[in-house]
Design a protein around this ligand. Structure first.
Ligand SMILES: Cc1ncc(COP(=O)(O)O)c(C=O)c1O
Length: 444
């Protein structure tokens, strides 16, 4: 594949992150390859996804929708850093909140003593999240929030079974892993996964769910409102509402994992808003703090009161409700509201639907297109096509991740602040690359 002209000199000025890509050297370039060697020696295998025959791209800077690598290549980030950079990387308001807070308090005393920002953030979430009479339990990551949600349901009901779905991804700590479905993640740890997770197919008939719930021994139901990492899979229309009604009828708490889908990603503030569902528990993470690690579980007080304990907190972590993350979360929520990014995401989703949707008829290698707002899946016939496509896109400057349970899906998860010019460039680039993959397919 021809590479763009490399006569330009590297520049580290990403302006506001509204630039088009500029590839100077085929990624991963020489500096990235050198760092890959060092990482291979210094870091455990797996955590840096380096294999013997595969070097990684190393990031140097990111701003808005742009990422600059250590070789001076500039990309358009259609991963949003795993969905984190919804308001773009290093938003100026996040940077100034971070600066201000770093001059006062960087670390607190977790659950033992408080600081006022965590109350400000909890109050914001109480009012923002579609959970009635809510309180907030902070966590240090998405998976940690899933642990809190599962424990909340177990504590509050005194029951032990949890209904989960296949496919699903809730994180990889042992509790979250027990709820997640992918066999390759689960199998090595199978002996230590909870035996009390009952699993049904995602989007299954509500009758099958009711059959499970009517036994009365379920502590809760945990689901993604749209399956994210496992392939951007939508349940049938009305399914979420049916599950919520069933949970209510059988007195079973419903926990909705909006760690990926929340905060505007799907064109609603939360994906459950699309069907007017108000779950008992809602989980937030990823985009919440504009790039800093935090998780939050927002649940009805009637459930949260189960956590009351005369002794030490039953679930906590050293870094819980970190002051820097609380400060940037407040700034992030302000930016989402100030820039009307939920409406932007909805509008851009409507704009993209016919354009991306057309690829299914246009390119034989595309078997399905799914999406809403700024969360899209382009599903190819085979996993090797999806990984080839992501590599070719990277070489053009478009960073996207291959995913889905079978690895056949290329995900589009751009920042909600993407410009019209960047979006149009991405559409053109994707068209060209899909054409190449289709041509190669027809030659085979
Ligand atoms: C829906 C969902 N839940 C939970 C998680 C786990 O979050 P973390 O990686 O922050 O632990 C993820 C991460 O991709 C996710 O997509």
């Amino acid at each position: 594949m021809p590479l763009p002209n490399n006569s330009e000199q590297p520049s580290s000025d990403l302006r506001s992150g509204d630039l088009l890509p500029r590839i100077l050297t085929r990624p991963p370039g020489p500096q990235s390859r050198k760092l890959s060697q060092r990482a291979r020696r210094a870091e455990a295998p797996g955590i840096n996804t380096l294999y013997d025959d595969h070097d990684n791209v190393f990031w140097q800077q990111a701003k808005g929708c742009n990422v600059l690598d250590v070789d001076g290549n500039r990309y358009l980030d259609f991963t949003s850093g795993f969905g984190v950079a919804a308001i773009g990387h290093r938003h100026p308001d996040v940077e100034s909140a971070l600066r201000r807070q770093s001059e006062r308090l960087i670390h607190g005393l977790g659950d033992a003593m408080g600081h006022s920002l965590r109350i400000d953030l909890a109050e914001r979430l109480q009012h923002l999240v579609p959970v009635d009479d809510a309180q907030v339990y902070f966590a240090v990551s998405g998976a940690d929030a899933v642990e809190v949600a599962i424990k909340t349901m177990l504590l509050a009901t005194g029951r032990h079974r949890v209904l989960v779905f296949t496919p699903s991804y809730h994180g990889l700590t042992l509790g979250a892993l027990a709820a997640s479905s992918r066999p390759t993640f689960r199998q090595p740890f199978d002996a230590h996964l909870h035996r009390h997770m009952q699993r049904l197919p995602y989007g299954c008939s509500p009758r099958d769910i009711e059959k499970q719930l009517q036994g009365g021994d379920f502590a809760g139901v945990l689901l993604e409102p749209i399956v994210g990492r496992e392939g951007v899979i939508f349940p049938p229309p009305g399914w979420l509402r049916s599950v919520a009604d069933l949970c209510q009828r059988h007195g079973t708490p419903l926990a909705v994992d909006e760690i990926f889908t929340g905060l505007g990603r799907t064109g609603d503030l939360f994906a459950v808003d699309h069907e007017g569902v108000r779950p008992d528990i809602l989980l937030c993470g990823k985009a919440l703090a504009g790039g800093l690690p935090i998780g939050a579980v927002i649940a009805k007080q009637s459930l949260m009161k189960a956590w009351r304990t005369p002794g030490e907190a039953l679930h906590t972590a050293t870094f819980v409700a970190n002051p820097l993350a609380c400060a940037t979360a407040l700034a992030t929520l302000d930016v989402i509201s100030k820039l009307d990014l939920v409406e932007t995401s909805r509008r851009l989703g409507v704009f993209l639907a016919p354009r991306i949707g057309a690829w299914k008829d246009q390119f034989p290698c595309v078997v399905d297109i799914r999406g809403r707002g700024l969360l899209w899946a382009i599903e190819l016939q085979r996993a090797d096509q999806a990984s080839r496509l992501t590599r070719q896109l990277l070489e053009c400057g478009l960073m996207a991740l291959a995913g889905g349970a079978e690895g056949c899906v290329v995900q589009w998860v751009p920042p909600l602040t993407i410009t019209a010019q960047q979006l149009s460039w991405a559409l053109d680039t994707m068209q060209t690359q899909l054409q190449e993959i289709s041509n190669e397919g027809s030659r085979c």
